[in-house]
Every structure is written in C-alpha cells, then in structure tokens.
Ligand binder design. Structure first.
Ligand code: SIN
Length: 533
C-alpha cells in the first residue's frame, strides 16, 4: 500500500529547519561555484511574494498567535521566507468568511463567475514567468517544468470558466401523470481544499476552478513546503476582483493536523477535496464522517507501466522517461512498477538507461537542467532505501543509484534498476522519486495479475501495437486512468482520479464540477391534464 504520495500532514510534522542548516551541509564546499545552480530568483513583480501573511476575507492577515514557520529552497537548503503558522481559530475565521460570502456568491450568474475565473486565468498567464520562478524556488522543479505547470494550472481556470455558464439540470418524465420532475444543480457550499507540494499551482487551481464555477466558496490549505505559490495566486484572485471571502488561503506546518481536523469536522464546511497520501486520506475521511461531508480524494498511485513485445520500442522508452521522471518521479501518476515483456527486456533496459544517462541534474534555474532536487531529506531517504533494498535482494543498478552530495542534500541520481522482483519494496510501495525498477514478465495474464495486486489504482500505462490487446489490457487494468502508448495523461479536459485506495471523485473535465454540486429534484404536482374548454 502506498502511503508516501505527498504526505502533507505527516511530512509537515517532521520537517524541521535543523536538517537544512546550510553551514552543516557538505555540499557547500563541494559545489562548483560556477554552476549558479542555487540562485535566488528575481521576480518581475516582487509583490507576488507574500511572506508572513495568509489571505482571509479579502485581506492579508497574520496568524493570530503571530507564529510563523520557515520555508526552505530544496535545492540550496536556504531559507526562502516565513509563512503564518495558523491554528484552529485562524482556520475557523477563514471558514466563517467563506460562509458569509457564500449567499451572495452562489446567486451570481454562471456568466459572472465565468468572467471572474477568466480574469484570474488571464492574470496567471500574464504573470506566468514569476509564478514559475516561485514554483522552482520552493518546490525545486526545473524552470521549464515549472512553466509547464503554470500553463497546466491556469488551464483549469480557463476550462472551468467555460463550464460555469453551462450548468444544466434535467427534465424527467414522471411515473405519475400529473407530476413534472426537474433537477437543478446547486453549489454544495463552503469547501475545504487540502493540496500537496508536488504541483504547488496546479493542484490548487484544479480544485478552486470547479468550486468557483459551481458557486462555492473555499478555504484552501496551502502545502507547508510550498505556500508561496498559493499566496501569489491569492494575490491574483484579489486583482481579478474575486469577492472577499470567496477564496481564502490559509497556511500551517506544525498545525497541519489541527487545521485538517477543523476543515473536516466543521459543520459549516460541506465538502472536502484532498490530494495527498492514502494514509492521510483515511484519517480525513474518518474525521469527515462526523458531519457526513461530500468528499473527493486523489491519493497514492504506484502506477504499473507495461511494455509488450509488440510495442514501438522508441515510443515506449520515451513514454517511460516522461511518466517515470516527470518532476523527478514526484507525481502520483508516475510509473512506479515498470513491466517489460521478456523478448524486449534487455533492449528496452539498454535504451532506457542510455536516455536517463543524458539527464542533467541540478538547481532548477540552471540552463539545461532537466531534473531538480527532491522535496526534502525524507524523500531522499525513502528513495535510497528502495534502491538499497532492491540491490540487497539481487537487483542490479545499471544507471545512477546514489545520492549527489556535491549538488546538495536533496539530490539523487536518476536511477535504473534491472532484475526487479515482487519481493522488493519498490514493488509494493510508491517510491515517489527518480528510481525506475524494471520487472520482466512473460504473459498478459501474469502482468495484469501483478499490476492489479496493488491496493491502489490511480494511473496505469501500457505500450502495444496490437489493437485487440489494446482494448483487452485497457479494460483489465484496475485503475482510474489509462495511458495507451503515451506516458503523459494529464489534461484539464480529462477526468483525473482513481479507484480502490487511490480515492474517489474526478477532477478536471466535464465531471469535475459535479464534485462541487448537489442535485436538487423538484416535483410539480397537479400539472398537465386535459385542456380547459
Ligand atoms: C498528482 O501528482 O497528483 C498530479 C499529477 C498530474 O496532475 O499530472
């Protein structure tokens, strides 16, 4: 079972400054000064960097206690700034603000809400360079990837701005002749949104976009590791004229659990959407049962990635590179278990490892860098333990496999391992890092049995040119999303979500807005009948 996918609460609890004291790090002396890999970005609009404040009821506020927590650049270990350590009382204030804003926001027309989202989208596009720099700074991903994320993130606002005016109900033929039945869709109410650090912009827009389109108001908890991107988005919401109280962004690190508890138990909050680990998802679901909230959870992955003998090898290698190493393996849809049919196993491994060898690892602002650091030292420890475990049990590291102290505490070599077996930790746990373990298989039946043995089922991928096999395997995989002959499935137009312990609900697409609505049925009696004479 995967419990590692962006553990927002548990990671936050153990994320301490002491691990990042720059003066104690070996890499400060080993790093070549000329690489410029750990620069501090210059923003075109410095007012987008909001430190020490959160956004509640249309205002920039500090934590009532005055406490803050520190946020560090994962590349350099250096302090970026501090954010408010908000507590239950601060969270309650944000919930109250969202509740006060709801009555007037819900009656705005879809077109009015659409225009606001569109304006917010336009501002994201205008400020995309700065937003990307912020992401690279606090998350570590290379600038090109961060720019890609901003486009992806903004597109959720664009998509849902187009959905907002098109919220339709049904007319339903009744069983009783004199009755008429119609349905209308209503916003569910105040929503609590809890988002992870791996996509500091896209995971929050994927939730706020449909919520606002539906007419809901929100309290979003920003990730403790990456609060500044969300706060920059709040600044743009302000500039876009989103009414006060409609969007509230709160922050916490140590108090993450307390904040989650308030959001999931408050009777005012009617819906919670969470992206994070399966373990934390189970806790939040239990807490939410006290008020029977509407929920949508996008949880851990452990995606199978299958290459059949009849696949186009180059396409499969390219797909594996994209799927496995996007964001250095820190996405819930990343390939985790790579299954290669025996006839092509050796040639795939060779080509794949050769491509991975070409990666350039470093600080995200450095020209040409393809892969950045992992988010923190706990992530490094997990990745390292998976590699060591595989080696101990007989696998062979054919590329990478080591930490990179010469770059910094959070860097790990992109790694390829052959000879994987199902006894190894990587087979059952999500690595959430840049380690590709290659498993050999012989038959369809065997690979589907192993692929489906996971308790989670978010994404799955396979490569084949056989049309009949394509439909057989797509239908047999127990996952919410399938990539056929592609390693990239994320698209605001596509329904994102899983089955089994990967959660429930769908984000993006025409289905995403439904997660923020309730269907009200209205029956009109005494209708119809004979025309009056
Ligand atoms: C995730 O890791 O959950 C998000 C991945 C994506 O949207 O592509």
């Amino acid at each position: 079972m995967s419990i590692f996918c962006r553990t927002t609460a548990s990671i936050s609890r153990t994320f301490t400054r002491s691990r990042f004291q720059p003066s104690t790090l070996p890499f400060t002396i080993l790093r070549p000064a000329s690489t410029m890999s750990h620069r501090v970005p210059k923003l075109n609009d410095p007012s987008l960097l909001k430190t020490d404040v959160a956004y509640v009821n249309g205002e920039w506020v500090k934590a009532k206690s005055g406490k803050t927590f520190e946020v560090f650049d994962p590349s350099s270990g250096k302090l970026i700034g501090t954010a408010p350590e908000m507590d239950a009382e601060d969270t309650q204030k944000a919930i109250d603000a969202a509740a006060a804003a709801f009555p007037s926001f819900r009656i705005k027309t879809g077109r009015e809400r659409s225009k606001m989202l569109r304006k917010w989208y336009d501002l994201m596009v205008e400020n995309s360079e700065d937003l990307a720099r912020l992401i690279t700074w606090e998350n570590g991903k290379p600038l090109a990837d961060a720019k890609g994320e901003i486009t992806y993130a903004a597109n959720f606002f664009e998509w849902f701005s187009e959905e907002a005016p098109r919220i339709y109900g049904d007319t339903i033929p009744a069983s009783i002749p004199a009755n008429r039945i119609v349905t209308i869709k209503e916003p569910v109410g105040v929503c609590g949104l809890i988002t992870p650090w791996n996509f500091p912009a896209a995971m929050i827009t994927r939730k706020i976009g449909p919520a606002l389109a539906a007419g809901c108001t929100v309290v979003a908890k920003s990730p403790g590791e990456t609060p500044f991107t969300s706060l920059a988005l709040a600044e743009l919401a302000h500039r876009a004229g989103i009414p006060k109280g409609v969007v509230n962004i709160v922050s916490a690190l140590k108090n993450t659990v307390e904040m989650g508890e308030v959001l999931t138990t408050s009777p005012i909050v009617k819906k919670v959407s969470f992206t994070g680990s399966t373990g934390v998802g189970k806790i939040l679901m239990k807490q939410s049962s006290t008020t029977l909230k509407k929920l949508s959870f996008e949880l851990g992955g452990n995606a199978p990635f299958i290459v059949f003998d009849d696949a186009d090898l180059d396409v499969a290698v390219a797909g594996a590179i994209t799927s496995k190493f996007r964001s250095s393996g820190q996405t819930c849809v990343c390939a985790n278990r790579i299954f290669i049919q025996s006839g092509i196993y050796d040639s795939f491994a060779q080509k794949f490892a050769a491509k991975v060898k070409e990666f350039k690892v470093g600080g995200g602002y450095t020209e040409g860098v393809t892969h950045g650091p992992l988010i923190h030292d706990r992530a490094i420890r997990k990745v390292d333990s998976h590699v060591r475990d595989a080696e101990k049990k007989g696998a062979k590291v054919i590329q990478g496999g080591q930490k990179m102290p010469e770059l910094g505490e959070n860097f790990f070599q992109p790694t390829v391992i052959t000879g994987m077996t199902t006894e190894m930790a990587l087979a059952t746990e999500e690595t959430f890092g840049p380690v590709a373990g290659l498993f050999k298989f012989d038959t369809e039946e065997e690979v589907i049995r192993i692929a489906n043995s996971a308790e989670v089922g978010l994404a799955g991928y396979f490569f084949s040119k056989d049309v009949a096999r394509v439909s057989r395997i797509a239908e047999a995989l127990e996952v919410g999303m399938v990539g056929v002959n592609t390693g990239l499935i994320s698209d605001p137009a596509a329904p994102f979500g899983g089955v089994k312990e990967s959660g429930f609900g769908r984000e993006g697409s025409k289905y995403g807005i439904g997660e923020y609505q309730t269907i009200k049925m209205i029956t009109y009696g005494g209708m119809g009948g004979d025309l009056q004479k």
